[in-house]
Design a protein around this ligand. Structure first.
Ligand code: ADP
Ligand code: MG
Length: 308
């Protein structure tokens, strides 16, 4: 069995809402020098709202509004952005209603680090729909005029997560969304710094939205990584580990499950996280109080000190 101090640390963490899955994690937490923080759903609540929208091209031949075509596709997605787009389209209502109100979807696919795509019923035909970040424009070989339009939209909403709705390969609609930074995200960062850990944001979101959150929580944006593909998060963690910098990755696992699994300590956000994330993590935050994370590291340092 584990030493008594370790068992006590696991129990003390649990009463503070942090579930440590194995006793070994208590011995690893004190050595952490590098912390990778996911943005969406981790530093932020993941409860998005659509703040602005812009129509780029009127699709006169379509039987369904572009927003509803996008929402139909988002019904199949578990991404935090999805719920906001669905409720913008149909109002904040129950699932049964949404299913009736939105057209049918086939060939739904998640494109990691980009967004989603599929075919959505519009009248008596199916049309190809893409919803995602700037990369969806590349995916459909959008012409430079469309690229420029979307870039201008993105630049006019620098703090927001900006999403393009492409219908039949044409830029139809731009949506600007944002969510809220968790109340003690800045406290957590301050405490991590005080303990000698280097903390940085690793996000799939664009640089502008990422820098805005970095400023809010007190992280130097120049050490953060933006527009990351899920495997780039994993590779970044691997690089730290290879340089003998024990790393903790905190994420909600929508796209960082492999990074969580690679880190010395993977920590999953319990309330918002995908089931997969909790499985690949060593510990699960059952609370939205991010300050509990550095408190747990302190607790484990103390537990190891007692055992010496
Ligand atoms: P983070 O790393 O901050 O958690 P994600 O990797 O989950 O961010 O998302 C990266 C980006 O991919 C989002 O900012 C968004 O632009 C795009 N994206 C991912 N999933 C969707 C979706 N279902 N609908 C629209 N855009 C999406
Ligand atoms: Mg996330």
């Amino acid at each position: 069995g584990a030493p008594l101090a370790t068992t006590c640390a696991v129990a003390a963490a649990a009463t503070r809402g942090v579930f440590i899955k194995q006793p070994e994690t208590v011995e690893q937490l004190p050595s952490i020098v590098s912390v990778g923080l996911d943005k969406t759903g981790t530093l932020t609540t993941g409860e998005f709202g659509v703040r602005a929208q812009e129509t780029f091209e009127k699709m006169h031949d379509l039987a369904v509004e572009p927003l509803n075509l996008a929402a139909a596709l988002e019904m199949k997605s578990a991404h935090p952005i999805a719920a906001a787009i669905v409720s913008k389209a149909v109002g904040c209502v129950g699932e049964a209603y949404e299913q009736d109100a939105l057209p049918a979807v086939k060939k739904f696919r998640i494109v990691e680090g980009v967004g989603i795509k599929g075919e959505v019923k519009a009248g008596n035909t199916f049309v190809t729909v893409h919803v995602g970040n700037k990369r969806v424009l590349d995916a459909v070989n959008a012409d430079p005029t469309q690229q420029a339009k979307f870039t201008r939209f993105q630049d006019s909403h620098p703090d927001d997560t900006v999403v393009a709705v492409m219908i039949k390969g044409r830029l139809a609609l731009g949506l600007a969304l944002n969510d809220t930074v968790r109340r003690d995200a800045a406290c957590m960062v301050e405490e991590l710094h005080r303990m000698g850990c280097e903390a940085r944001i690793l996000t799939g979101d664009a640089a502008s939205a990422g820098r805005s959150v970095a400023a809010t929580v007190g992280i130097d944006p120049t050490i953060c990584q933006f527009s990351m593909h899920p495997e780039e998060k994993q590779q970044w963690v691997q690089k730290e580990e290879n340089s003998k910098r024990p790393t903790l990755m905190l994420g909600d696992g929508i796209n960082d499950a492999t990074a969580l699994a690679t880190a010395t300590v993977g920590a999953a956000m319990g309330e918002t996280s995908a089931a997969l994330a909790a499985k690949s993590a060593n510990m699960v935050m059952m609370t939205d109080r991010l300050i509990r994370l550095p408190q747990c590291i302190r607790l484990c340092r103390y537990a190891l000190w007692i055992q010496r």
